[in-house]
Unconditional design. Sequence first.
Length: 318
Amino acid sequence: MQIVILDGYTLGLDENPLDDIRQFGQLTVHDRTPEDQIVSRSIDADILLTNKTPLRRETLEQLPRLKFISVLATGFNVIDVQAAAEQGVIVSNAPFYGTNSVAQHVFALLLSFMHRPRDHDEAIRQGQWSACQDFSFWLSPFRELAGQTMGIVGFGRIGRRVGELANAFGMDVIAYNPSEKPRPDFDSFRWCSLDELFAESDVISLNCPQTPGNYQFVNRRLLQRMKKTAILVNASRGGLINEADLAVALHEGLIAGVALDVVDVEPITDDNPLLTAPRCMITPHMAWAGVEARQRLVAISAENIKAFLNGAPQNIVN
């Protein structure tokens, strides 16, 4: 059984050995795979693993030996799942692995934005505290999370975990989800419409998958509904936000700020308007990548392969 990983670099192989996968066949790992080398590197593969290396219809049609794809992620939009199904190729993803890591990063972004610890550290090193007449100073006011409203768009596993953490901080939680989900077991929660969520929230966290139907749904109309004191956090998919509209909203002061772990085109391009927008903090799509999360990702992918080889594939997305 020939197994090929097309973009193993992001797994962090120094702290994340692949023995669980290697046991199932001859494993070849490529750190990164340019698009013009996908076919040549995959031509002999029975099983492919990919995170962000795309497998489009025209690529899949050139891989007659391929039987199974395990996506090294929860999102699977890099795979043409319809084309794979037509070709008899099963596609599985890796749900659950990053729930805690992503939810934790949402609050790392939020708290960093509100308290600005790095800015205060730099101010101290520049001598501002030693020159201060008082024992304490701050560069800008910050507020407690307790009593504020967290609005969560997408109440799957990650969104629910974000809600649990928000509740632990003493926040009220409101949520929008396009399909019915179980209600969480804390009292300070209610469902609402998308328009209500954007109008009422002090913090909005996007935790929904990106689909053709919600591409850039966070646009000027919704941004104008937000409180001027509100903060938008996105650790889901960059394409959920119209970045031009968001940059304008920040320049105009329509919202207090934004903290992002994702952008529409990644790696970020030099002409992205958010790079020059005020009150905008960006991290490089790292929320998913806690050490434990990456180790769970490998373990789930190994279980996907095992289940497929046993004739009972799991986590199927096509």
